[in-house]
Design a protein around this ligand. Structure first.
Ligand SMILES: Cc1cc2nc3c(=O)[nH]c(=O)nc-3n(C[C@H](O)[C@H](O)[C@H](O)COP(=O)(O)OP(=O)(O)OC[C@H]3O[C@@H](n4cnc5c(N)ncnc54)[C@H](O)[C@@H]3O)c2cc1C
Length: 474
């Protein structure tokens, strides 16, 4: 059993850490982006890896739980521990934003070493200044931190070309559950010396270790970039268009996003309206991004893709960005849809992935499964190129999500059952947090679940790291 972070324990911590590390529990650390939960805990913000290790060692000695907190943009409640028995007593909230140094940059090696609290955007900017690219890109990148994106193995819009956060990390420095520092900041691309602990800790959502710094792999900066927004007659046509685009442009296709007109309707409804990018507005659109070395322009290749798509009825209309500002306007639509969704307030949001060829059938059948429960609006959009959809279910006009509170679990089960039956994942890029602990228990291979519990027991035998997240607290 864990102990609460009592006043006496916090007084003890004050003898170990400088006064600047102690913070008030404000809304910023107690609320989560979709307003679903209110957290609890004593926020403590160490400024160095040594201070993190001191804090963790003290928590281990006193058996006090620790909830790691980066930018607080996680969507599954991993960084927020509500006060309820399944999570255990009052924890320490370990805020990592004061670990914000970019320790070194190695342009010839294409490596950057950043501390856990550096924001994703700050890393992108530092890479750009060295004429390099850090390709991980999410709508939350101004706030999300390197520790958070690695802890959740975040995805985003460039997974199709560059892989998820795991693929862009060479090494990590981490504090273990007993307060030791693992100095794993290797810059090596090849290192098969034993079990890959880096990959075990990446994606573990703060339940196996605290990430304090990471060696990140950079990519060459593309000389040219371009975008097109094409109207597609169906999700199946969008998939065929993806194949066509890759036949023509190969790995230059860096993003391929599916957008439904419901997303644009939500932009208008929530005061975020944009000029309609196509007229008439089609049901389905895809946003394609190309990144190229010097040579043929992206516009030439995008025209080729669009012409062939129109000839084969894979697209019915479209527009190719003629300037970087028009390109930014296309991406603004895509990147603002999550904010419109937040303002509308989903009954249930599903971050799912499916084998690519299963996607059209899923999109065709899911509305009927939902209609058996009630009338809803659906905003289905996302990273079609890597099989990851955000399938979000909203109240019909005139109703609120509170009207559907009693149906949330039925909605989630209907969607997740379909995804599981089609060989998909019910936690594609956001992780499990506390929101999907039961889903893991329901859908995971039982051997995998048993192995996960053994790993947790081995690395965090007292269960102090992020209690109640990913695996149910014993
Ligand atoms: C508008 C919006 C758009 C988004 N788009 C995407 C998207 O396209 N793709 C995607 O994958 N996600 C997306 N997300 C989700 C979120 O931004 C990511 O999960 C991000 O990686 C979280 O980073 P963070 O620093 O905010 O972490 P937090 O929210 O603070 O924490 C997330 C999890 O990581 C743990 N954690 C944080 N820091 C550390 C650390 N240093 N060591 C150990 N554990 C730690 C926390 O305990 C928690 O379990 C989006 C979120 C929003 C609000």
């Amino acid at each position: 059993m864990l102990n609460p972070a009592s006043d006496a324990f916090i007084a003890h911590l004050r003898t170990l850490l400088p006064p600047q590390a102690f913070r008030d529990a404000t809304d910023a650390v107690l609320s989560e982006p979709r307003g679903r939960w209110r957290g609890q805990g004593h926020p403590i913000a160490p400024a160095t890896t040594t201070e993190v290790a001191t804090l963790v060692a003290a928590c281990a000695a006193a058996r006090v739980g620790i909830v790691p907190f980066g930018g607080g943009t996680g969507l599954v409640g991993g960084q927020i521990m509500p006060a309820d028995e399944s999570n255990g007593p009052l924890p320490v909230i370990l805020q990592l934003d004061r670990l914000r140094t970019i320790r070194s940059l190695h342009p010839t090696e294409n490596v950057l070493i950043a501390e856990a609290g550096v924001t994703l955007r700050a890393v992108q900017d530092a890479a750009e200044q060295a004429n390099r690219l850090f390709p991980l890109s999410l709508a939350s990148e101004g706030t999300a931190t390197i520790g958070g994106v690695l802890a959740t193995n975040a995805g985003g819009v460039h997974v199709l070309r560059h892989g998820n956060a795991r693929a862009q990390c060479l090494g990590i420095e981490a504090v273990t559950a007993d307060g030791q520092v693992w100095h794993g900041l290797t810059r090596l691309r090849k290192d098969n010396a034993g079990y890959d602990l880096r990959d075990l800790i990446i994606g573990s959502e703060g339940t196996l270790a605290i990430i304090t710094a990471a060696a990140l792999a950079l990519a060459p900066r593309p000389a040219q970039t371009g975008s097109a927004l094409l109207a597609v007659p169906s999700p199946q046509a969008a998939l065929d268009l993806l194949a066509l685009a890759r036949d023509i442009a190969g790995d230059a296709v860096t993003a391929f996003e599916l957008i439904h007109k419901q997303g644009l309707a939500f932009l208008s409804e929530t005061g975020l309206a944009v000029p309609p990018p196509l007229d008439p507005l089609p049901d389905w659109m895809v946003l394609i991004d190309l990144a190229l070395p010097p040579g043929p322009t992206p516009e030439t290749l995008l025209e080729q893709i669009a012409e062939q798509a129109l000839a084969r009825d894979l697209a019915t209309d479209g527009t190719i960005a003629q300037s970087q500002s028009q390109r930014a306007a296309f991406w603004h639509i895509r990147e603002t849809i999550p904010e419109a969704n937040r303002r509308i307030g989903a009954v249930s949001s599903h971050d799912i992935s499916l084998p690519l060829s299963e996607i059209p059938a899923f999109i065709a059948t899911a509305p009927a499964a939902l209609a058996r429960i009630d009338t809803f609006r659906i905003n289905c959009f996302g990273h079609l190129g890597d099989g990851n959809l955000h399938y979000n279910v909203f109240p019909a006009p005139g109703r609120t999500r509170a009207d559907h509170d009693h149906q949330r679990s039925a909605v989630k089960t209907a969607i997740h059952d379909l995804v599981h039956a089609a060989g998909g994942s019910v936690a594609a890029e956001h992780g499990l947090g506390r929101l999907k602990v039961t889903d893991l228990e329901t859908y995971a291979d039982p051997v995998k679940l048993a192995l996960m519990r053994k790993v947790k027991q081995a690395l965090d035998p007292q269960g102090i790291l992020n209690p109640g997240a990913v695996l149910r607290a014993p």
